[in-house]
Design a protein around this ligand. Structure first.
Ligand code: KG4
Ligand code: ZN
Length: 348
């Protein structure tokens, strides 16, 4: 049997993505981002994102067909993110996918955005053999997953109990007067700083916290600690070193992410770790994880930046696995589910 040809649509946050894959091969990955429209608000504004999806959806679809050299009639199935994400934003992608599925009589798969972040790695590094562990770190999520079967057995091992990792980068960047999104700026500026200059807290890493939150994360206290440091230096009429603060903050985040992820891999016996989400681009995080993984005999797979951030190819990649493994399509009346649990791979 030839590999299934899948169209994937993503619209859960601020990227309108349309991807086309054949099995584990990517044919197109068209993305329109509304990030510029959110800059002056310092974060994604749901209503602005929804309107941008509406405007971008048809042109992005057309761009993807052209890139792949196919017509929508040719695809075997249509996959769309149905959660988690911003409801209004999700609805735009879902409406487009339903219309295409109905008009062209194609099976429809409403898939889980987080699981798609794991599946996308196959487009870069070829098929993986489960079990694999996954660390998803972006502006919206910080989740540690154990994947035994990417189509029907995904467990949530840990997650943030407050801010997402990328959100912490963005908020701290704002405190330091850096533009949004702040992650790449902190990453760059931290190169010139001393990561040991300020001892910022590593939350949920000791004592009783470890009983209840062994693999969970918390970044809001860290953000407050940075704010207090900045205020304190200000009161003392001392100039802060932005590079030192950035480097010390970044190490606090990456240190905890790495230690907890490695501990989970070891406890669960996972020999492969996939990292996804915008924060996967962080140089320090990759350095920490790769160094530790080497010590523990774990293979780390990080898709290239364009596949780590939200895109349609990741949705198509998971859709292709569902079709390949003979999973039944979703119903045509599938709803958006803003808080879809990661244990639900798709809307069956
Ligand atoms: O996956 P993504 O593009 O969008 C979602 O949030 O879904 O991730 C964006 C996040 C932002 O918070 C951004 O600051 C962060 O990823 N980010 C980084 C880096 N590049 C992007 N954080 C740290 N270091 C980076 N190099
Ligand atoms: Zn995402």
């Amino acid at each position: 049997m030839t590999e299934p040809l899948i169209l994937g649509i993503e619209s859960s946050c601020d990227e309108t993505g349309v991807g086309i894959v054949r099995g584990a091969e990517m044919l197109a990955n068209a993305v329109a981002s509304s990030v510029e429209e959110h800059v002056r608000f310092g974060g994604v504004v749901p209503e602005v994102a929804s309107r941008a999806h509406l405007e971008a959806m048809v042109p992005t679809l057309e761009q993807a067909y052209e890139e792949a050299g196919i017509r929508v009639q040719d695809v075997d199935a249509i996959a769309v993110t149905c959660g988690p994400g911003l409801t209004g934003a999700l609805l735009v992608g879902i409406a487009a996918a339903k219309a295409l599925a109905l008009a062209h009589n194609k099976p429809l798969y409403g898939i889980n955005h987080l699981v798609a972040h794991v599946a996308v790695d196959q487009l870069e590094h070829g098929r993986f053999t489960e079990p694999v562990a996954a660390l998803l770190v972006s502006g919206g999520h910080t989740s540690l997953l154990m994947v035994n079967d990417i189509t029907d057995d995904v467990r949530l091992i840990g997650e943030t109990i407050d801010d997402a990792a990328g959100e912490a980068f963005d908020k701290v960047a704002r405190l330091l007067g850096l533009p949004y999104p702040g992650g790449p700026h902190i990453d760059r500026i931290a190169h010139d700083g001393d990561p040991k200059a300020i001892a910022f807290p590593r939350a949920l890493t000791g004592g009783r916290d470890m009983d209840k939150h062994r693999y969970d994360f918390s970044f809001s206290g860290l953000k407050s600690a940075v704010a207090r440091h900045v205020q304190h230096e200000d009161r003392m009429k001392r100039e802060i070193s932005v590079a030192d603060v950035a480097a010390s903050f970044q190490d606090a985040v990456c240190d905890v992410l790495t230690k907890k992820t490695m501990a989970a891999c070891n406890a669960e016996g996972a020999k492969t770790l996939i990292i996804g989400g915008g924060v996967a681009a962080n140089g320090r995080l990759r350095h920490f994880v790769e160094t530790e993984a080497l010590r523990h005999g774990i293979t780390v797979r990080v898709p290239r930046p364009g596949l780590c951030t939200d895109n349609g190819a990741m949705v198509a990649a998971l859709g292709a696995e569902l079709v390949r493994r003979g999973r039944k399509p979703s119903a045509l009346d599938l709803p958006a589910d803003s808080s879809m649990p990661v244990t639900q791979v798709y809307a069956a």
